[in-house]
Design a protein around this ligand. Structure first.
Ligand code: PLP
Length: 426
């Protein structure tokens, strides 16, 4: 069927189309669907792939050759083997790595918390300042915003395009306002747009001359090995670039194995300059005696090296890619040429971002919910859960089956069209 831009529909054509779509929608509602496209978590068959982690260490003799003893206290920054594996994965030195517990979000929260209570490398603790601000590229990861909300840090949204954040805006704020202390970044396969920061953007980050000495880039590289296809995005190494620019202390890198092995039972890491590590350890040492080193060893024994991680990620990709393809192909087939939506086609990560007609995202969300499909809450990808344009929706294709996604994404396109027509017709 020939596609006509919704902009070119006469009022009668729009009314007729709306009536036809409403009938189609009613058929979906009658099916009593119960689907969920809101959760960015691995599907059960992805978790099954890591089953051997349960048995890779099963008795004392399995850990007898490891020193210091992983069963005991100590090793605040992780076992050397896990530090080496993460250093390889992130392209940093082992001396620049602190391996943590089960969640990188906890490490990010703690980093902000330490800065609030103790400052950064001797700076005034943020809690003693009249105002602290963070830049939040949008759409972004809701839990980054959540950390700021928790500490009363004012959030400033920064627009993003397919190359990353608008660096002119970032520079303007960072270089002129000393109350801007940080920026959240998901630089590879960003949550939710799936884009990867271009080399120019990464270099522009490293070239920043912050007004605040304690400004830090929070580089959440959660999806660093999460390629979907053979052709993968390449991300410049932020620590290397900052070092070249003489500012190696300006960034903190975070990652974890949450979406490599088991979310909630994986291993998290942060990487940063040795000076940053030394400064952080002054507080960390009061917080804990050592992380779960048995789980770290389990992961090392399971993967052996970075090639082991890469081989494992290929198995994830074999499950995930058809799901992403199903959603993107459906969006392409149903919505292209209509001038009512745009969407991303990520090469990795966990999400697809969909922008619909301004003022209609909440309506699409409601239509989907009433037809039995849960989507991520509208606005969740913006500071204070407020999408000023009411246009962005996050699609999480990982958890449903391909068959479920076929139905859910067709329905989604139908709802996007319906909401657009309602909008056009007033
Ligand atoms: N960072 C990003 C960008 C994420 O999307 C997620 C989970 O969805 C996390 C961090 C959470 O990671 P972790 O399980 O290591 O806390």
């Amino acid at each position: 069927m020939e596609k006509i831009s919704f902009k070119n529909l006469s009022r009668d054509e729009a009314l007729n189309l709306k009536a036809a779509l409403e009938k189609e929608y009613a058929d979906y509602v009658a099916q009593g669907l119960k689907l969920d496209m809101s959760r960015g978590k691995p599907a059960p068959n992805q978790l099954d792939m890591s089953e051997d982690l349960f048995t890779v260490l099963s008795k004392n003799s399995d850990v007898a050759d490891v020193s210091p003893d992983v069963r005991n206290y100590g090793g605040m920054d992780g076992i050397p083997e896990m530090k080496a594996l993460f250093a390889e994965m992130l392209g940093v030195k082992t001396t620049e790595v602190v391996v943590g517990g089960n969640a990188s979000l906890t490490m990010m929260f703690d980093m902000v918390s330490r800065s609030v209570t103790h400052g950064v490398m001797g700076s005034t603790p943020w809690c003693k300042l009249p105002e602290v601000k963070f830049l939040c590229p949008v759409p972004g990861y809701d839990r980054h915003c959540g950390i700021c909300e928790c500490f009363g840090i004012k959030m400033i949204p920064i627009a993003m395009d397919e190359n990353g954040p608008d660096m002119a805006e970032v520079k303007k704020y960072v270089e002129n306002d000393a109350s801007v202390k940080g920026i959240w970044c998901v630089p590879k396969y960003s949550n939710p747009s799936g884009i990867t920061y271009s080399d120019d953007v990464v270099r522009a980050f490293a070239a920043l001359n912050p007004a605040a000495e304690d400004f830090r880039i929070f580089w959440d590289n959660a999806y660093c090995v999460h390629d979907l296809y053979d052709e993968s995005d390449k991300l410049l190494n932020i620590l290397d670039e900052c070092r070249k620019a003489g500012k190696e202390d300006m960034c903190y890198i975070f990652a974890s194995t949450s979406k490599i092995t088991f979310p909630g039972a994986g291993v998290a890491v942060m990487a940063m300059s040795e000076a940053n590590i030394a400064s952080n350890k002054k507080v960390l040492t009061y917080q804990m005696i050592g992380p779960d080193k048995i789980n770290q060893l389990r992961h090392v024994r399971y993967f052996k090296n970075l090639d082991g991680i890469k081989a494992h990620m290929k198995k994830h990709a074999a499950i995930m890619a058809p799901k992403f393809d199903m959603v993107v192909d459906t969006l392409d087939a149903e919505l292209s040429g209509l001038d009512i939506a745009k969407w991303t086609k990520p090469n990795g990560g966990y999400f697809i971002s969909l922008d619909v007609v301004v003022g209609s995202a909440k309506r699409v969300h409601k239509l989907m919910a009433e037809a039995g499909v849960v989507m991520t809450g509208c606005g969740a990808t913006f500071p204070y859960s407020n999408d000023p344009e009411d246009a962005n929706l996050r699609i999480a294709p990982s958890y449903p089956t391909v068959e479920e996604l076929a139905i859910a994404s067709k329905l989604l396109c139908l709802c996007v069209k319906l909401a657009a027509l309602e909008n056009i017709l007033g």
